[in-house]
Design a protein. Structure first.
Length: 164
């Protein structure tokens, strides 16, 4: 089943359901959207803390293409190089970006959730009275962190069709 079909099924299920107040409701809607949908909610401990093993010297000696411009990426078993192309009809270019002495080990798992910025948590708190009591606990239990980055950029509002 293609991703477009899955997204269309989930969107149709969302339209049929009343308001979605918390994550558990979202998971149930996704599960009911299709007979064979296996929803596996991820927690913070399902993600890893990867460290930067790229060579600063190699990146500066040969300027690397911006990741937004890359269309095709290939990694080959036994090779430390990344092969990439900036269009589908171009030949793959090798790029050796790792440090020469890399011990490949499993990165540690994340141990905490990144949390919400205090300002965003304030917005959530103001909106709590608008939702049923049984769905408030999810929002009250969200961790808050001053170090949390705002993942929504200004230009995301324009591309998503939201007005500020």
């Amino acid at each position: 089943m293609s991703a477009d079909t899955v997204h269309a099924s989930v969107e149709k299920a969302m339209r049929r359901s009343p308001a979605i107040y918390d994550f558990s409701q979202w998971v149930k809607i996704c599960e009911k959207a299709g007979n064979f949908f296996n929803v596996a909610p991820l927690g913070f401990d399902d993600f890893y803390e990867f460290s930067d093993l790229s060579s600063q010297r190699r990146r500066k000696s040969k300027p690397f293409t911006n990741l937004n411009d890359i269309c095709v990426v290939e990694f080959q078993k036994g090779s430390r190089k990344m092969y990439f192309a900036t269009s589908y009809d171009r030949e793959l270019e090798p790029f050796d970006f790792l440090t020469s002495r890399v011990d490949i080990v499993d990165p540690p798992r994340k141990t905490t959730s990144r949390g919400l910025k205090p300002e965003k948590n304030g917005i959530v708190t103001k909106l709590l009275h608008l939702m049923p009591v049984e769905h408030r606990s999810f929002w009250k239990e969200l961790p808050v962190s001053k170090k949390a980055k705002d993942l929504l950029q200004e230009d995301d509002f324009e591309t998503a069709g939201f007005d500020e």
